[in-house]
Design a protein. Structure first.
Lengths: 118, 114
C-alpha cells in the first residue's frame, strides 16, 4: 500500500520526444512536489502544488509542465526532451499544518523515475 | 534565505564503530530540519525530524541528531554502524515561507567496512 507512487520507474527516450511521469499519493496531503536529482545526487525542487494550485515554480524551462487534476495527483509532462533532462525525478507530498504547528510536516517521497534521454 | 551545508561528502567507518555525519544550517527563523537517507537506486526515506520540540531527536534504525542553535548545527549520529547503513544521507531544511519546499544539502555518502 504505497503512500506516494510514481510511474514509470524507468523511462528511456530519444531527444525531441514528449513524455509524462505520473504521481499519486494516498496520504490525504494537500501539497505535492516535484524534485530533480542530478548525476551528482543533488536534489532541487522544481514545482509545488497546494490543493491543485501552483505555488512554487523554480526557474524550470517551460518545456516542463506540471498538472494537478486533484490534490492526490501531480503529473509532470516534458516536451521536446533534451540530453540534459536526464536525471531522477522524485514526486513528494506533505501536509500544511499551519504556522502554529511548525508549518509543513515532513515530505514523503516516491521511488523516483529515472529518465534517460538518448 | 535558508540553506544547509553538509561538511563531508564522504564518510567511511568500520562496522560496529560510531557514525557522525555533520550538518550546519542557516535560517532567519526557527527551522524545521530533517535527515533523509537514500539507499542505492531507491527513494528517500525520512530518518528523523526536528520541529522545535526536543533538541535531541531520535529516529529510525538507531540514528539520532541534536539541534544546537548556538552552533547552527544538526549533526546525525549512530553509536554503532551496520553494513546496511551504507547509503547517501541528506540534511534538509524546510522553508515554511515558500510552500514548505525542502532545501537539500549536498549529501554525504556513508561507507561501512566489514
Amino acid at each position: 500500500d504505497t503512500a506516494v507512487s510514481q510511474t514509470p520507474k524507468y523511462l528511456v527516450t530519444q531527444m525531441g520526444n514528449d513524455k509524462s511521469i505520473k504521481c499519486e499519493q494516498n496520504l490525504g496531503h494537500d501539497t505535492m512536489y516535484w524534485y530533480k536529482q542530478d548525476s551528482k545526487k543533488f536534489l532541487k525542487i522544481m514545482f509545488s502544488y497546494n490543493n491543485k494550485e501552483l505555488i512554487i515554480n523554480e526557474t524550470v524551462p517551460n518545456r516542463f509542465s506540471p498538472k494537478s487534476p486533484d490534490k492526490a495527483h501531480l503529473n509532470l509532462h516534458i516536451n521536446s526532451l533534451e540530453l540534459g533532462d536526464s536525471a531522477v525525478y522524485f514526486c513528494a507530498s506533505s501536509q500544511d499544518r499551519g504556522a502554529a504547528q511548525g508549518a509543513y510536516a515532513e515530505a514523503f517521497f516516491g521511488q523516483g523515475t529515472r529518465l534517460t534521454v538518448v | 534565505a535558508q540553506s544547509v551545508t553538509q561538511l563531508d561528502s564522504h564518510v567511511s567507518v568500520s562496522e560496529g564503530t560510531p557514525v557522525l555525519l555533520r550538518c550546519n544550517y542557516s535560517s532567519s527563523y526557527s527551522p524545521s530540519l530533517f535527515w533523509y537517507v537514500q539507499h542505492p537506486n531507491k527513494g528517500l526515506q525520512l530518518l528523523l525530524k526536528y520541529t522545535s520540540a526536543a533538541t535531541l531527536v531520535k529516529g529510525i534504525n538507531g540514528f539520532e541528531a541534536e539541534f544546537k542553535k548556538s552552533e547552527t548545527s544538526f549533526h546525525l549520529t549512530k553509536p554503532s554502524a551496520h553494513m546496511s547503513d551504507a547509503a547517501e544521507y541528506f540534511c534538509v531544511v524546510s522553508d515554511r515561507n515558500q510552500g514548505g519546499k525542502l532545501i537539500f544539502g549536498q549529501g554525504t555518502e556513508l561507507s561501512v567496512k566489514p
